[in-house]
Design a protein around this ligand. Structure first.
Ligand code: ATP
Length: 243
């Protein structure tokens, strides 16, 4: 990465087929930090990521998405969707280097091999997605996103298909590899949010609210009493229970 990662600001209204999803929303994302979006299913978290990424949402957005440095955003984004979006005709290695190939660049082979090793797919590097498990496909998609080395990373439930141990290892890999980037992570898992976030934003039908119970810095120890206390506090907040 050669440039400083920017902060981001999304504001405006969003409708699906005339039905409002967000009204007068104001989502500020801090530069060079991990922001986690948490909230109930269907509330619009993926839509927010897609709006930031400049991707089609199937709805109508009237508003703006801007970077703090006022430069265009889309070309600086590495995006990992909820579905892995791997090319079915390519093996793991070719999927990981697909971005470079599409840009007509020579892929950094050593970096790709390192990432494939870190996501535990060396024995599977010549397999196509149809021969991989859901968790393996998600790890291949994670390696492909990390391969892009962009200043902004938008991650939609990137660890959801993984077993507990692998999830923990992949969180550590993403934390290390995306150090200093502007990261927006959508997750349903309060434990993941409190482990990885510099800032947590709760997305609800009523709008956005900032979770103010975070202490310390990522990568928090998942089993430390203070992390567990934050996790249960965030869960209570998400369930609308008294603090
Ligand atoms: N193409 C579309 N046309 C109409 N409505 C849509 C379309 N795509 C999404 N929606 C609706 O927009 C809302 C927000 O969807 P979105 O995927 O952003 O939610 P989410 O918070 O990410 O959900 P989840 O946590 O389940 O992934 C949902 O109610 C969904 O039904």
């Amino acid at each position: 990465m050669h440039e400083a990662p920017p902060g981001l600001l999304l504001q405006g209204d969003f409708h699906h087929a005339g039905q409002p999803l967000f009204r007068d929303i104001h989502l500020g994302i801090e530069a060079g930090r991990w922001t986690c979006l948490v909230g109930p299913s269907g509330v619009g978290k993926s839509t927010l990521l897609r709006l930031i990424a400049g991707l089609d949402t199937g709805g109508e957005f009237s508003g703006s998405v801007a970077a703090g440095d006022e430069k265009p955003i889309a070309a600086r984004v590495a995006y990992m969707a909820q579905t892995d979006l791997l090319a079915p005709w390519l093996d793991v290695y070719e999927n990981v280097v697909l971005g470079a190939r599409l840009r007509g660049e020579t892929p950094d082979r050593a970096r790709a091999e390192r990432l494939i090793a870190r996501v535990g797919l060396v024995p599977h590097r010549h397999k196509r997605p149809a021969s991989l498990s859901g968790g393996m496909r998600q790890r291949a998609a994670l390696a492909r996103m990390l391969m892009e080395d962009r200043p902004i990373a938008l991650l939609d439930e990137p660890f959801a298909a993984l077993d507990a141990r692998t999830r923990s290892e992949m969180q550590e890999l993403a934390h290390e590899t995306l150090e200093g980037r502007t990261v927006v992570l959508v997750t349903h898992d309060p434990a993941e949010a409190v482990r990885l976030a510099d800032r947590i934003i709760i997305v609800s039908a009523a709008g956005l609210s900032h979770y103010d119970g975070l202490e310390g810095h990522p990568l928090r120890a998942a089993d430390a009493p203070e992390t567990l206390a934050m996790q249960s506090d965030l869960l209570r907040r998400l369930r609308g229970l008294p603090q």
